[in-house]
Design a protein around this ligand. Structure first.
Ligand code: KDG
Ligand code: MG
Length: 402
């Protein structure tokens, strides 16, 4: 089955998505997500100018060889642009393989290890009482696991509490919005949030929190310790993740479970974290970690070391990424949880999908392939819009981790 064409679409149905579509001489097509929030056009150029021309005429069923051709063949390995590009191609090729086999992708991976996939969603508030109400509303919608974020008095809107990070942020002037950060204001606030959440909603609901890489190891250790009475499902991205050794300090001091890895591109970024069992959940996801070929290797490696999976699933990865993740989630023996922050109707109309949500769980559906399509006939209605993630500064102006 020969690859006859590869087209790259950058569309903005509310936020920018990069979509790869591969066509074959047997009429089968496959789609993959290659979105890299804030750097979409770099990935689109990498794919259009450097990848697609080298793949025309190759066997669409040789996805393993094509993966290594793109990874080793570039000489310049790893990095978010390269790995999102490889992911777009690899996800589309797995879609084609599963359609050719006449089965949903999870069946090719080894079949279902569970009936359904536990997911978590987001809830937030500017104040603690608002966050308590927001978590309650999510519980009423059927969610069993909820990530809670809250604003900090004295700071304007911070990560996870308002529009930041969830929508395009710079369509007006195409420069990143600036936020403000204070660790000393943040640290005492978060235990109060979870104390209020447990008091209002009881012990059963799974509660999660995302630090978004902002603390030093010893500060993260302190926060983990302070949160122990509230039994979090996890504390996410407690320290900047490129400092793998930093997790040793956090781990020594707290029994709060730790999750990390949404910014990782390969298993090398998490090798020490996994081998030393410094984390409980690995957050690598299809689009940023090189597609199903690479992600399932990371998942297996994590399984050997008692680390569970927790694919990143914010809305800045397209519905194709979520669809592909769900097949891996249904199969992987060491599954933990799947992030699911939802999509607008407009987004879903461009990406018809077979997955479903019910009672706090997702299922990828039984459509052949990964079950998510791309309606290219409407692509022109959603042109790319310049947009960036925010940047973050301390109160004195020092640039900080966002
Ligand atoms: O593009 C960045 C977002 O995907 C990220 O900020 C979301 O941290 C995030 C999460 O846990 O979903
Ligand atoms: Mg996160």
């Amino acid at each position: 089955m020969k690859i006859t064409d590869i087209r790259i679409f950058v569309t903005c149905p509310g936020r920018n998505f990069v979509t790869v579509k591969i066509y074959t001489d047997e009429g089968l097509t496959g789609v993959g997500d290659a979105t890299l929030n804030g750097r979409e056009l770099a990935v689109a150029s990498y794919l259009k100018d450097h990848v697609a021309p080298c793949l025309i005429g190759r066997d669409a069923l040789c996805s393993e060889d094509i993966w290594h051709y793109l990874y080793r063949g570039a000489y310049w390995r790893r990095g978010p642009v390269t790995m999102a590009s490889i992911a777009g191609i690899d996800t589309a090729l797995w879609d084609i393989r599963a359609k050719a086999a006449g089965m949903p992708l999870y069946q090719l991976l080894g079949g279902a290890s569970r009936d359904r996939v536990l997911c978590y969603t987001h809830a937030q508030g500017t104040g603690i009482s608002e966050a308590v109400v927001a978590v309650g509303a999510r519980i009423d919608e059927g969610y069993l696991a909820i990530r809670a974020q809250v604003g900090i008095p004295g700071l304007p809107d911070i990560y996870g509490t308002g529009v930041s990070g969830l929508t395009n942020t710079a369509s007006d002037n195409a420069t990143p919005r600036e936020e403000m950060w204070s660790t000393s204001k943040y640290l005492p606030r978060i235990p109060r949030l979870f104390e209020a959440l447990r008091a209002a909603h009881g012990e059963e609901v799974h509660l999660l929190h995302d630090v978004h890489h902002r603390l030093s190891p010893i500060e993260a250790a302190r926060l983990g310790k302070d949160l122990e009475p509230f039994r979090l499902f996890w504390l996410e991205d407690a320290v900047p993740a490129e400092n793998q050794e930093g997790f040793r300090v956090v781990r020594q001091h707290t029994t709060t479970p730790l999750a990390v890895g949404e910014v990782f591109n390969t298993v090398w970024d998490a090798k020490l974290l996994i081998e030393e069992q410094l984390i409980d959940f690995i957050r690598t996801t299809c689009v940023h970690a090189g597609g199903p070929t690479a992600l399932r290797r990371i998942m297996d490696f994590a399984g050997l070391h008692h680390v569970r999976t927790a694919c990143h699933g914010a809305a800045d990865m397209s519905p194709i990424c979520l669809g592909a993740n769900l097949h891996l989630d249904l199969w992987v023996p060491n599954f933990g949880i799947q992030e699911y922050s939802g999509y607008t109707e407009e987004m879903l109309s461009l990406f018809p999908h077979a997955w479903s949500f019910s009672g706090g769980y997702l299922h990828p559906g039984e459509a052949h392939g990964h079950g998510v399509d791309f309606d290219e006939s409407h692509a022109d209605e959603y042109p790319y819009q310049p947009a960036y993630l925010p940047v973050n500064r301390l109160e004195d102006g020092t640039l900080w981790h966002w």
